[in-house]
Design a protein around this ligand. Structure first.
Ligand SMILES: *Cc1c(COP(=O)(O)O)cnc(C)c1O
Length: 229
């Protein structure tokens, strides 16, 4: 078995252990392999090793690799400019990075044109980090309500966050815990276009803590493919 397959097996095993420690079912946590900067060959190797979902953070890379990669679910996980929605609307299964009504409306318009409904997550800047995208925790509810009031072909499926980078993953546990509380709170909203299923949090360095705190999608790049150049 190759290095990529070995890494994936290790990550799945660690995920299962963390889930069990937290009294959770490991099968309710999806591994989204983050493939940015990596080649179609590497991605196909990951798919052969069992990966069903991949995440990219740039529109350009999705468009370039789309035809070269075997059948898989594509997730848009990076900041998305309104004028680029049209390039990926027919390629991705979910957009994790919705942080404005303007962006949601464009996703909605393009979804309608394509005769589809798009699943989205609201990106929350849990640590209030000025350098990061996402709405702050206090504004997440009003953004969700605005989207529900204005969009018909968009389904809000949950929340996403990128934790601050820290040496010791324990340091981000409070942010993940706050995200879980916010998730539980907003999942109570009753609306046909809101159906919370996904809490997308945890990357290579903090994925174990994220699973312990309730993540249902971990987005892992470096731990699978190695350092990006
Ligand atoms: C790059 C990226 C990841 C993966 O980061 P790693 O540290 O390589 O696991 C996860 N989420 C987003 C939004 C990213 O841009």
């Amino acid at each position: 078995m190759g290095r990529i397959a070995d890494n994936i097996n290790m990550i799945q095993a660690e995920k299962a252990e963390a889930a069990k420690r937290a009294g959770r079912d490991p099968n309710e946590i999806l591994l989204c392999a983050v493939t940015k900067t990596h080649t179609a060959e590497e991605i196909n190797e990951a798919i052969k090793a069992g990966v069903t979902d991949i995440g990219e953070n740039r529109v350009q890379e999705i468009v370039e690799k789309y035809e070269k990669v075997d059948k898989v679910n594509w997730h848009m996980i990076g900041h998305l400019q309104t004028n680029k929605v049209k390039y990926i609307i027919d390629k991705v299964c979910m957009i994790h990075s919705v942080d404005s009504l303007k962006l949601a409306k464009e996703i909605d318009r393009r979804s309608r044109e394509n005769g589809i409904n798009m699943d989205i997550l609201i990106e929350v800047n849990a640590a209030g980090d000025k350098a990061k995208f996402g709405v702050d925790t206090e504004s997440a509810r009003s953004l969700a309500e605005d989207i529900l009031a204005n969009c018909e072909n968009t389904r809000i499926k949950g929340l996403m966050t990128i934790a601050p980078y820290v040496e010791n993953a324990e340091d981000v546990r409070p942010f993940f815990r706050r995200m879980r509380e916010l998730y539980d709170e907003l999942s109570q909203i009753e609306h046909p276009n809101l159906d919370f299923r996904y809490l997308s949090m945890g990357m290579s360095n903090d994925r174990i803590v994220a699973v312990e705190e309730g993540s249902t999608i971990i987005r892992v790049g470096t731990a699978i493919f190695g350092e990006r150049s």
